[in-house]
Design a protein around this ligand. Structure first.
Ligand code: URP
Ligand code: ZN
Ligand code: ZN
Ligand code: ZN
Length: 467
């Protein structure tokens, strides 16, 4: 049946205006005042009608740090939907697979019968055999994957050599694939970690002290230069600090094709969280680490100036009473990652829009549109427009609510924002015109999420300078 969303305020990356939205067969077919249709009416009075969030950075059901993340494609995508996210791009792990196609099949199997929102994959690359190097362009095209990820960190697990990184950039160039890079100098970090442990420094705060910002800045610069040398499009994931932002700004000023993502915790939490008494700091262990508070303003400013463009959740959850305890006596064994898929949208709205740091249009761009454009989903996803998928969030900006692990939908026993009062509430979420969340209640169907095949584009990522 058709649906009409009536009386709301449509907010896109460029406009805010009052109009009704007609949805037919999952697609937005009309936008206008006082649409009179024989359709189910959804009352959006007093609410924003926004494109569903697109989270370009999630790790669901991923083996990592000798364990597996606690949110799978069921709890993870349900939590995402409650938080206003209607599409995720998840990292498909290929480490340990002799064929990339096996890795992708595994990821399809994890997602297929569980996802309640739409999804695509980025392909993670750790090293190449002659076979996987030859297979990469083929699998990217066959699966409609337009982005891959390479790690310069995690020396014992995922880290690539500069040579592998450079090869990935070359293939990126040849196939118009966006190359996403985790920029931290993993080898030097490994040395600092050994040194800390040898000195008896085992507490969570040493996670941050052994991964200083200068090592993120150095790796960011290296990735930028190698990507540019190979002619690849570079997307720097989870930027946390001034050192990295400065390199990205310099590169973009030179016309290098570089984008940057940051994540809610780097904008809102700081290094002192890791120094809390007892083992509490383990809740805040992820990489790169939280930084001293002065970096937050640098990140907000870079977002505002569009030097950084997207907000990823970097959802990679491990329960505190469970898996985080692996590092009780050794910070380097604390599984790296945090639960953010549900609060990415709400935290950015509350800390960004409600506090006057960004406009509602900038918010929509960062939370949805910009990721859609970068990763080949626009205009099917990422906006409210005729012909776009009806992935829509009804958001009440007036509601105040408190974040808590007691009420969140992620499969973890803590929330890094426990007790935070935030402005605004996601109330109803549609994916391709079907309710997934209706008046704050889950009404979706497991397995209804669709895999998104994407098309590479030869367009540069960097926006042409306005002059
Ligand atoms: O600590 C984090 N960020 N865990 C997920 C893996 C990654 O580096 O993105
Ligand atoms: Zn990473
Ligand atoms: Zn990652
Ligand atoms: Zn990540």
């Amino acid at each position: 049946m058709k649906k009409v969303i009536k009386g709301g305020k449509i907010a896109t990356a460029t406009d805010v205006y009052e109009a009704d939205v007609l949805i037919e067969d999952g697609i937005i077919t009309k936008i206008g005042k006082n649409l009179e249709e024989d359709a189910e009416i959804i009352d959006a009075t007093g609410k924003y009608v926004m494109p569903g969030g697109i989270d370009p950075h999630t790790h669901l059901d991923m083996p990592f740090n000798n364990t597996v993340t606690d949110d799978d494609w069921e709890s993870g995508t349900i939590a995402a939907a409650f938080g206003g996210t209607t599409t995720i791009l998840d990292f498909c792990l290929s480490a340990g697979e002799s064929k990339l196609s096996d890795a992708v099949e595994k990821w399809h199997a994890k997602a297929k019968d569980k996802a309640v929102i739409d999804y695509g994959f980025h392909l993670m690359i750790t090293d190449f055999t002659p076979e996987t190097e030859a297979e990469l362009p083929v699998i990217l095209e066959k699966e409609g994957i337009t982005s891959m990820k390479v790690f310069m960190a995690y020396a014992r697990e995922f880290q690539s050599s500069d040579r592998t990184l450079f090869k990935a950039f070359k293939i990126g160039n040849a196939t118009d694939t966006v190359v996403m890079v985790h920029c931290e100098n993993g080898s030097v970090i490994d040395e600092l970690v050994e040194e800390a442990l040898a000195n008896g420094n085992t507490a969570p705060i040493y996670h941050a002290r052994t991964r200083p910002a200068v090592l993120e800045g150095e790796a960011t610069k290296r990735a930028i230069e190698l990507a540019n040398l190979a002619g690849a499009k570079l997307y720097v994931v989870h930027v946390t600090c001034k050192e990295a932002v400065d390199e990205i700004i310099k590169a973009r000023e030179k016309g290098y094709d570089v984008l940057g993502e940051t994540c809610p915790p780097y904008l809102t939490l700081d290094e002192s969280m890791l120094a809390q008494p007892g083992f509490e700091g383990a809740k805040y262990v992820w990489s790169p680490p939280l930084r001293p508070v002065e970096h937050q303003e640098v990140l907000w400013n870079a977002l505002k100036a569009k030097q950084l463009q997207t907000i990823g959740s970097d959802q990679c959850s491990f329960s505190f009473k469970g898996k985080k305890q692996l590092g009780l006596n050794d910070f380097s064994k604390i599984p790296n990652g945090g639960p953010f898929i549900e609060d990415r949208f709400g935290i950015l709205y509350s800390e960004g829009v409600a506090k006057g740091r960004i406009t509602i249009n900038e918010f929509v761009d960062m939370i949805s549109t910009s990721a859609a454009k970068t990763f080949g989903l626009f205009p099917k996803k990422g906006t409210i427009a005729i012909g776009s998928d009806a992935d829509i969030v009804l958001f009440d900006p007036e509601v105040k609510r408190v974040i808590s692990a007691e009420t969140h939908h992620m499969n973890v026993d803590y929330n890094p924002y426990e007790g935070w009062e935030v402005a605004g509430e996601v109330q109803t979420v549609l994916v391709r015109g079907e309710y997934v969340v209706k008046d704050k209640t889950f009404v979706g169907t497991l397995g209804s999420g669709q895999y998104l095949k994407r098309k590479p584009s030869s367009q540069p990522l960097i926006e042409p300078a306005l002059n």
